[in-house]
Write a protein that binds this ligand. Structure first.
Ligand SMILES: [Zn+2]
Length: 336
């Protein structure tokens, strides 16, 4: 299947292709995580915390400049594809001053949406397919948005990581954003987990929970948008993962449900366990090569079908207060 995906995806080759290991593992355990760490080692050489305490020096770029960089970086998303997505920004930006941008597909007249869905692509900057597929889905949404759901879509959640000369998992500050969310017990658990990884650079959780501007921006999106469900896209494990109190999909396209466990500071752990917002994680089978067009669309169709079955959720969540408290705690940490 991997070979087939590669052949089918050859025309969609994304810049910076590298081998996609480990896509076939069927269960998560510590040995899997350990082998992930091994495969990851040696790919990246960024010094951790090299700019930890530095305020952003760079000027804040425009969405148009972001799109030009995305178009240069990704083989399957052109600058005009990115511009056509009509991303907007509220001025929130990454450490290096790139805009944190989203596009919204709001409710339509005379149709009450069944729920709000936040889609986050590319939290890990070296997972090209996890950005590219979101741009493909945006084209589908642009054409077929029916008002069934209220969507907010962030295709590039870690612009600095993606748009470095050599793309990297972490943000420009050397922090794995997917270990930086303020999950319960982060102060104790996140450093312990990082020590267990052998202080792997690619898993560095940061100096404090929510220390990173990108993490806090995503938290503010959650607060402002109050999603019923969060969908995040990753690669290359070729599965569907799920955190939260709901019934996950068994399949999205050819991707099968395989619960990978929880990590201190991960978005799944934060949303699914702390905020009671289920987080569906789509792990594409390769970071560098997209699934075929047909498979990309199939994953989307299956996702919408699952959302339709799960939404609307029960009311009664208290998301806003939790996020606000976490943001306040992060601000008081004095790291930014
Ligand atoms: Zn990832």
């Amino acid at each position: 299947m991997e070979m087939r995906a590669r052949v089918a995806g050859a025309a969609l080759l994304v810049v910076g292709l590298y081998a996609s290991p480990l896509s076939a593992e069927s269960t998560y355990d510590k040995s899997v995580e350990a082998s992930r760490l091994q495969e990851a080692d040696g790919k990246q050489s960024l010094a951790i915390g090299s700019a930890t305490d530095a305020a952003p020096q760079a000027k804040v770029s425009t969405v148009s400049e972001l799109c030009q960089q995305v178009g240069r970086k990704l083989g399957s998303v052109s600058t005009s594809d990115c511009l056509a997505a009509k991303l907007t920004s509220d001025g929130g930006h990454s450490h290096n001053g790139l805009p944190m941008a989203w596009v919204e597909f709001p409710p339509l007249a005379q149709r009450q949406p069944e729920g709000r869905v936040l889609v986050l692509g590319g939290i890990h900057g070296d997972e090209y397919s996890a950005v590219s597929i979101v741009f493909h889905w945006l084209k589908i949404l642009d054409q077929y948005h029916s008002g069934l759901f209220h969507w907010r879509v962030v295709p590039v959640s870690n612009p600095d990581g993606l748009l470095q000369r050599r793309s990297q998992r972490m943000n420009a500050n050397g922090v794995d954003l997917n270990r930086n969310f303020p999950t319960d017990g982060w102060e104790k658990e996140a450093p312990r987990y990082w020590a267990w990884t052998g202080r792997n650079k690619r898993r560095y959780p940061g100096e404090a929970a929510a220390s990173e501007p990108e993490t806090r921006w995503i938290m503010r999106q959650i607060e402002a948008f109050q999603p019923d469900i969060i969908v995040q896209i990753h690669a290359p494990y070729g599965i569907v993962d799920f955190d939260g109190n709901d019934k996950p999909p068994q399949n999205l396209g050819r991707l099968h449900l395989n619960l990978l466990g929880t990590f201190p500071g991960s978005l799944g752990n934060y949303g699914g366990n702390k905020l009671d917002i289920p987080v569906l994680t789509v792990e594409l089978p390769s970071a560098g090569v997209l699934p075929s067009r047909r498979e990309q669309s199939k994953i989307w169709v299956d996702l919408v079908r699952w959302l339709r079955a799960r939404l609307p959720r029960e009311p009664g969540r208290e998301v806003q207060a939790t996020v606000a408290d976490d943001l306040k705690a992060a601000a008081e940490s004095g790291l930014h």
